[in-house]
Design a protein around this ligand. Structure first.
Ligand code: DAU
Length: 339
């Protein structure tokens, strides 16, 4: 079998490619990746010579690039390619519309035209918006509140519309906040860990009492594979870790794990605009399919801190050049606030 993975040089995509090549000897992977700032060839360097792995550089919103990657045909497309960072979407929304909506549309057209037997859209719990109480099931209304989550919701809607309209064999997974190795250091956990290793302060937005549900990337990619292989077409599956924590709780573990102190290293700064207070998803549907997360949060977080400690040569080059510009733009205008 030949699978097309898009965005396979990103965080979740590269972990998925690794899982597939490790566990499914009869699957070859073609990785189509635009190599934006978050697509890092170092994430899969050790697999470059694997005869079951091929790389095509290109954008999912470019139909010619998609055609080239599909070549004589593929048995499945798994779409990880996306602009994913909420804070960047607040600064520059346009790239999110292009990749997350138009890019998904281009892939869906290829599925329709070429009769590709499976298409899995990797999505997010953020499409349900702020969840004050309880947990969103897959049939909950979508109420995205950031340019990022609105774009992802657009991609989900296109995907499900292709099932309703053309009977395209699609699936959607909606994952919760993911952590683990190879995560670009703009997101909470890798940003804070790498700042703390460098003895720098960490910027907690607002009061830090926002709640996210954390899942280890290994559990997340196993869930995606499980849904790809066993899910019912036209269906959506939530993949959550079942580890709800406030940002301050996470910060405390990271600060302690890096040998620093809350008093000296934590800055409460101006909140994210439109910041969703809480996400929570009901994962009963994916569990009924036979998937469940395996990695205990305390173990996963400890191992993740250790991974960043031992892989400075991976993240240090990322926290230079354009990243420093971005950091100044994102954080320079945030003022410190009293807790
Ligand atoms: O819920 C799934 C989503 O999780 C994914 O769809 C997104 O692609 C992914 O970026 C993530 O979105 P979040 O906005 O929740 O992740 P982020 O790591 O940016 O922030 C996590 C929480 O930490 C959020 O409440 C904002 C807060 N935060 C984040 C950063 C980067 C801070 O307090 N300070 C920071 O510097």
């Amino acid at each position: 079998m030949r699978w097309l993975v898009t965005g396979g040089l990103g965080f979740i995509g590269s972990n998925f490619v690794r899982l597939v090549l490790r566990e499914l000897p009869d699957v070859c992977v073609v990785n189509l990746d635009a190599m934006t700032y978050a697509g890092n060839p170092a994430n899969l360097r050790d697999l470059e010579s694997d005869p079951r792995y091929a790389f095509v550089r290109g954008d999912i919103a470019d139909a010619d690039a998609v055609r080239e990657a599909i070549g004589s045909g593929v048995d499945a497309i798994v779409n990880f390619a996306a602009e994913t960072h909420v804070d960047r979407s607040i600064l520059d929304p346009e790239a999110f519309l292009r990749t997350d909506i138009l890019g998904t549309h281009v892939l869906l057209e290829a599925v329709r035209e070429r009769g590709i037997p499976r298409f899995l859209q990797v999505s997010t719990d953020e499409v349900y918006g702020d969840v004050a109480v309880g947990a969103s099931r897959e049939d909950a209304p979508l109420r995205p509140r950031s340019p990022y989550s609105a774009s992802k919701a657009g991609g989900d809607m296109q995907t499900l519309a292709y099932f309703a309209t053309y009977r395209a064999p699609v699936l959607v997974t909606r994952g919760s906040n993911t952590y683990g190795p190879y995560q670009y250091p703009e997101k909470l956990i890798p940003l804070f860990v790498t700042n703390l290793i460098d003895d720098e302060p960490v910027p907690v937005y607002g009061d830090g009492l926002q709640v996210r549900d954390w899942i280890h990337v290994e559990d997340h990619v196993r869930g995606i594979l499980h849904v790809l292989q066993r899910g019912a077409i036209g269906e959506v599956y939530n993949l959550g870790g079942g580890n709800p924590r406030t940002n301050l709780e996470i910060t405390e573990v990271l600060v302690e794990g890096c040998g620093r102190s809350m008093a000296t290293h934590v800055r409460h700064v101006t909140d994210r605009a439109g910041h969703d207070r809480r996400y929570a998803i009901d994962t009963a549907k994916a569990r009924a399919l036979g998937w469940s997360p395996r990695i205990a949060f305390a173990d996963g977080l400890r191992a993740t801190i250790a991974w960043y400690r031992h892989h400075e040569s991976w993240w240090r080059p990322l926290k230079s050049g354009d990243f420093l510009e971005y950091y100044k733009r994102q954080y320079g205008s945030r003022t410190e606030i009293a807790r």
